[in-house]
Design a protein around this ligand. Structure first.
Ligand SMILES: CC(C)(COP(=O)(O)OP(=O)(O)OC[C@H]1O[C@@H](n2cnc3c(N)ncnc32)[C@H](O)[C@@H]1OP(=O)(O)O)[C@@H](O)C(=O)NCCC(=O)NCCS
Length: 184
């Protein structure tokens, strides 16, 4: 298995995984193990790779088995949920620092192919994504839907994220979580 930054040529494989676990297309039997909700246009995905260097992937035997997205708040601002989170950032602090669009970025969605869950791939891709942003930002921020307990457990127990806030958006309840990008 290799973990690398995605190139444009990887986007078809990334989207294949994304659609398999997206709320609009997931097999109902897979939903209890988590789902993703962010929609991307082809232009947004190209910008995520080319301008933000923001997709980390794990590949096994040529197949993409995991991805993690990460980008500046400026990139995410056009999604209504992220625009709402941007407004909430200054109400929250992490390690004594108020959250801002300058000192933090947004990570997620992340997906691991179900055949590779619980195998350590999640942690490897998570930390590779975090390391890749550490030179640009001291703090990473994300959100998790409260009806995704697998993701909540993975992010709070397998890696070092802590809840900084809860919020409601579009009739959904979310956790807002943060962690330092330098942890070693
Ligand atoms: C979320 C995700 C990335 C986590 O990766 P993973 O490899 O499944 O994570 P792990 O299995 O190492 O850790 C999850 C833990 O939650 C546990 N778990 C599974 N189902 C659970 C549930 N319904 N409630 C609580 N915990 C649950 C697992 O048993 C495991 O704990 P354990 O190792 O102590 O047994 C992966 O499940 C995934 O891609 N899900 C679909 C997409 C998704 O939800 N993305 C995140 C959106 S915020």
């Amino acid at each position: 298995m290799e973990i690398v930054k995605a190139k444009i040529s990887d986007l078809d494989g990334v989207m294949d995984l994304h659609k398999r676990y997206h709320i609009n297309s997931i097999d109902p039997a897979d939903k209890p193990d988590g789902f993703v909700t962010t929609n991307f246009t082809s232009e947004q995905l190209h910008a995520l790779v080319e301008k933000e260097c923001g997709i980390m992937i794990a590949r096994d035997g040529g197949r993409i088995i995991s991805y993690a997205m990460a980008a500046s708040w400026q990139f995410w601002a056009e999604w209504p949920l992220f625009s709402y989170m941007i407004q909430k950032l200054p109400e929250n602090s992490f390690n004594g620092q108020s959250l801002t669009v300058e000192n933090s970025y947004q990570y997620g969605p992340i997906c691991v192919d179900k055949a590779y869950r619980g195998s350590g791939v999640f942690e490897k891709v998570f930390y590779a994504s975090l390391d890749s942003m550490a030179g640009r930002y001291p703090i990473m921020v994300t959100f998790i839907n409260q009806i995704n307990p697998r993701s909540y457990k993975a992010h709070t127990q397998k890696v070092n994220m802590t809840v900084v806030d809860t919020f409601q958006f579009n009739n959904n309840d979310y956790y807002m979580l943060a962690c330092p990008t330098k942890y070693k």
